[in-house]
Design a protein around this ligand. Sequence first.
Ligand SMILES: *[C@@H]1O[C@H](CO)[C@@H](O)[C@H](O)[C@H]1NC(C)=O
Ligand SMILES: *[C@@H]1O[C@H](CO)[C@@H](O)[C@H](O)[C@H]1NC(C)=O
Ligand SMILES: *[C@@H]1O[C@H](CO)[C@@H](O)[C@H](O)[C@H]1NC(C)=O
Ligand SMILES: *[C@@H]1O[C@H](CO)[C@@H](O)[C@H](O)[C@H]1NC(C)=O
Ligand SMILES: *[C@@H]1O[C@H](CO)[C@@H](O)[C@H](O)[C@H]1NC(C)=O
Ligand SMILES: *[C@@H]1O[C@H](CO)[C@@H](O)[C@H](O)[C@H]1NC(C)=O
Ligand SMILES: *[C@@H]1O[C@H](CO)[C@@H](O)[C@H](O)[C@H]1NC(C)=O
Ligand SMILES: *[C@@H]1O[C@H](CO)[C@@H](O)[C@H](O)[C@H]1NC(C)=O
Length: 607
Amino acid sequence: MLKTLVLASSLLGALAASVPGNSFTPRGAHHGSTSHHSSTTHHGSSTHHSPCHPQTSHTPHKPKPCRGNKPWNRDQWCDYDISTDYTVEPVDTGVIREYWLDISDVVVSPDGVSRTAMAVNGSIPGPTLFADWGDTMKIHVTNSLSTSLNGTSLHWHGIRQNHTNANDGVPSITQCPIAVGDTMTYTWKAEQYGSSWYHSHFALQAYQGVFGGIVINGPASANYDEDLGHIFLNDWDSQTVDELYFTSQRTGPPRLDTGLLNGTNVLGNDGDASQTGSRLNVAFKAGKSYRMRLVNAAVDTHWKFSIDNHTMTVISADLIPVQPYEATYVNIGMGQRYDIIVTANQANVADNFWMRSVPQSACSNIEAADNIKGIVYYGDSPELPTTSKHDWVDSCDDETANLIPYVSKQVSAANLDELSTASVARNSDGLFKWYLNSTTMLVDWQYPTVQSIINGTDDYDAYEDREAVIELAEADQWVYFVVATQMPIPHPIHLHGHDFFVLAQGSGTYNSTVQLNLDNPPRRDTAMLPAAGYLVMAWQTDNPGVWLMHCHIGWHTTEGFAVQFIERASEMTSAVTAGDEEQLEDVCSVWQTFKNDHMVHQEDSGV
Ligand SMILES: *[C@@H]1O[C@H](CO)[C@@H](O)[C@H](O)[C@H]1NC(C)=O
Ligand SMILES: *[C@@H]1O[C@H](CO)[C@@H](O)[C@H](O)[C@H]1NC(C)=O
Ligand SMILES: *[C@@H]1O[C@H](CO)[C@@H](O)[C@H](O)[C@H]1NC(C)=O
Ligand SMILES: *[C@@H]1O[C@H](CO)[C@@H](O)[C@H](O)[C@H]1NC(C)=O
Ligand SMILES: *[C@@H]1O[C@H](CO)[C@@H](O)[C@H](O)[C@H]1NC(C)=O
Ligand SMILES: *[C@@H]1O[C@H](CO)[C@@H](O)[C@H](O)[C@H]1NC(C)=O
Ligand SMILES: *[C@@H]1O[C@H](CO)[C@@H](O)[C@H](O)[C@H]1NC(C)=O
Ligand SMILES: *[C@@H]1O[C@H](CO)[C@@H](O)[C@H](O)[C@H]1NC(C)=O
């Protein structure tokens, strides 16, 4: 069956119109020769059903989406705009955008030091996937990890997967790992718009390099001239995360060599003959304004991002547009994204400026902490800047106080109030495991929860109560969830399947006197649990599925800092399509054979 699927979809791809997907959207100032335009033309293809005209199947008065706005009206999107509430008025273009991605073992040297890694289509970051608001994405992912013989999966971070749970890409929860040689097709709708990323959810593989950007074109809450695309902020080491995993379990998170800006950086001091690698260079033209899409894709680093002498306008946090605000730097936790606009208005100060990604000391551990920098230049070519950094206090802060979602929403009283405490302890082998409410998650790659539910099994016990299941059976209820910790370490908490509301966040012990913000609080998919503090989250049970919630510190996810919410289990069989169910079984049966043939051993939590 899988074969038929792949065949059918490549046929579709071949027949697809060659109309470039981004022909009406703003094009960025591109560094290097590839523009968004041509990369979409060459690598992705889309089947257009008259994108800017109402479809014949539509009722005549149905508002139409469109693909494009201009530097002076970024808040517009044809019949929709920045104030459209897409949870009430869903946008549907009828366009299917198809991509093929290939994950393989590679040798890379992003800082000039050669080592093995894993990558999507051979590059770190992998190719950016583009969609327009309301498009449907269809992404064929092939596992070609023939050297490491790792399984794989891709998770579409922040994508709501509204009624498409089986496409969420989490081994043990929504699928089995994809075996070497196998292909899985993920189909989901771009109901939201803005910047996100995809990454492997198999063991620590995302931090081996298996990630890339997602751009969903739509309106924006402030104007800008050009779109520069993503800037990924990563930490990096000459040893792989798989090599470091054992150390991380025995002695805690290891110190890492350096960091990368969009997959590149130097190692060693400027001027030293031994310096290797190269910096990210970004060209500015005086007077223009640039949009940049920041993603923290680190395994264990919390950053402050800034450009010397420039200010930035923050327009979006994760996939939620916010009222624009000015800042000299932005705090960015693992898994979080910020879209910023920077105006090139400092040409009178200098020609070259440092762009800085600075690890914060209480929530990071990097050797070359003050040398994770790129260059913004106004001249013909970049030269070493002599500028100095904006003032700030080193801290693990979140942006919460600044974030006012553009589309305002109120939170209702909770129907369910849960409390969970995060802690760490050593297991009987002396290895660190993370606990949420005294459970350290352990789930089995071979038995995804979604499959158990479809099979009609209501005990998910491959491992006797270690699956960390929380059931949310009722539809459309408000759920409040408190995560608290006494440990002096902050954690980025990420929820799948929902944008949650941040009701409170603070240090100290949570109790019922804590004031909750119910009046248009920030909503997003990743927020910080402060050190020795609490995070109060809320969402509505409007999406049947099994949704993982976990700490986005890579080491902590693999060490079991996760729970899974089973939302509206009774509706799961109807929420998982027959095609998805068939694929789930195919991928699992291929994995089972592969696992047995190669005696694959699961070393971690399974997510
Ligand atoms: C990724 O690589 C595959 C296999 O080489 C190729 O068919 C596909 O077009 C590439 N996809 C992108 C988005 O570059
Ligand atoms: C989510 O899916 C449900 C069921 O298919 C649908 O009624 C609803 O409109 C969808 N929401 C959005 C925002 O598309
Ligand atoms: C994945 O590949 C890495 C690198 O070869 C290896 O260390 C690790 O054990 C593999 N993991 C699994 C589960 O196959
Ligand atoms: C970062 O890399 C991605 C993927 O190649 C690319 O789309 C984007 O434009 C790059 N960003 C910058 C600022 O060069
Ligand atoms: C550039 O930024 C530095 C550090 O914030 C500041 O000291 C300096 O005055 C700025 N220069 C100008 C000309 O604005
Ligand atoms: C966690 O433990 C607390 C205190 O024992 C309990 O009230 C709560 O229901 C538990 N929450 C979950 C999600 O298991
Ligand atoms: C579900 O049923 C399939 C087909 O009968 C079986 O192969 C699989 O092991 C079952 N999985 C679970 C998690 O119960
Ligand atoms: C609740 O927490 C606040 C702030 O941490 C504290 O001042 C207060 O004493 C606590 N109240 C109770 C009843 O524990």
